[in-house]
Design a protein around this ligand. Structure first.
Ligand code: B12
Length: 223
């Protein structure tokens, strides 16, 4: 398994390798390509909006009312890369939900922000996971380096006061309050400009998604 070649195949679609790990004997391990418990996992995701032009071009050729287009694009693209590398692809939208955030905490040493989203020291809140590749064999991964949690050093914590619905609290993100506000008559700025608490985060501002992408994710979130 050549990780550089895998990274290149994903980069063609604006996607990147987001770390991985070998499963231990105590893990609840999903099946690998052989159907037996996988030996290792690599996460695939986006940092910033690099995949957005690729996805938008793919989508333009399809009916405008296609349900869950981003899920379908991820399945197409990552699903096509997987067999070349003797992997089985799984996705964040698969039911029952797979523990993508738990895997990501282990693969990249990240922790959650008050928004529920894991915060990355470089990309801030502007990243997500688009799939994972499961392997029958152990793969040569660099050991995970624990990174500093950016929220610990954040002075003023602007995310906590920026939410017009008061849904973002240090102790928990209230997704019901968030969704009711975004769906209400007073929610259009969150709907069109994206989550205001996420915008207020000073970490990784250079990786912020474009307005069209933010509006797309917000529409999917309130559907
Ligand atoms: C269901 C779900 C939601 C629900 C949460 C309701 C609930 N409490 O169950 C809702 C619809 C509210 C939601 C919202 C969002 N979500 Co969401 N969501 C998921 C999904 C599909 C399943 C979560 C789950 O149950 N996993 C199963 C358990 C077993 O996995 P786990 O890792 O052990 O579980 C962790 C999460 O459940 C987490 N958690 C619990 N409550 C909440 C609430 C929120 C908002 C989040 C983000 C996480 C979270 O805590 C667990 C332990 O760490 C995951 C994908 C996935 N398969 O995990 C994405 C996922 C967690 N969401 C994600 C994102 C980005 C969002 C949004 C920001 C979407 C957007 N607009 O872009 C919003 C947040 C709203 C905002 N402020 O903008 C990302 C997070 C990426 C990251 N950097 O951490 C994920 C991983 C999907 C992805 N493609 O990467 N989400």
């Amino acid at each position: 398994m050549n990780l550089d070649q895998l990274a290149e195949a994903l980069a063609e679609h604006g996607l990147s390798l987001r770390g991985g790990f070998d499963f231990g004997t105590d893990d609840d391990t999903p099946p690998g390509p052989s159907g037996r418990g996988a030996r290792s996992i690599v996460l695939v995701g986006n940092a910033g909006g690099a995949f957005w032009p690729h996805f938008s071009r793919w989508r333009a050729a399809l009916p405008a009312d296609l349900a869950d287009p981003l899920d379908s694009w991820c399945q197409d693209v990552i699903g096509a890369v997987a067999p070349t590398f003797s992997a089985r692809a799984v996705f964040p939208s698969d039911r029952p939900f797979l523990p993508f955030q738990r895997w990501a905490m282990r693969a990249e040493g990240l922790r959650p922000s008050p928004l529920g989203v894991l915060i990355h020291p470089a990309f801030g809140l502007w990243h997500a996971y688009r799939g994972a590749l499961l392997f029958d064999e152990a793969i040569p991964l660099d050991p995970v380096r624990a990174s500093n949690h950016p929220c610990d050093a954040c002075i003023g914590k602007p995310c906590l006061s920026a939410c017009p619905a008061g849904a973002v609290k240090e102790e928990r993100y209230d997704h019901d309050a968030c969704r009711s506000h975004v769906r209400s008559a007073s929610g259009p700025s969150c709907r069109t400009k994206g989550c205001l608490a996420r915008q207020a985060c000073p970490v990784g501002a250079a990786w912020r998604y474009g307005e069209e992408q933010q509006a797309f994710h917000m529409a999917a979130f309130v559907r």
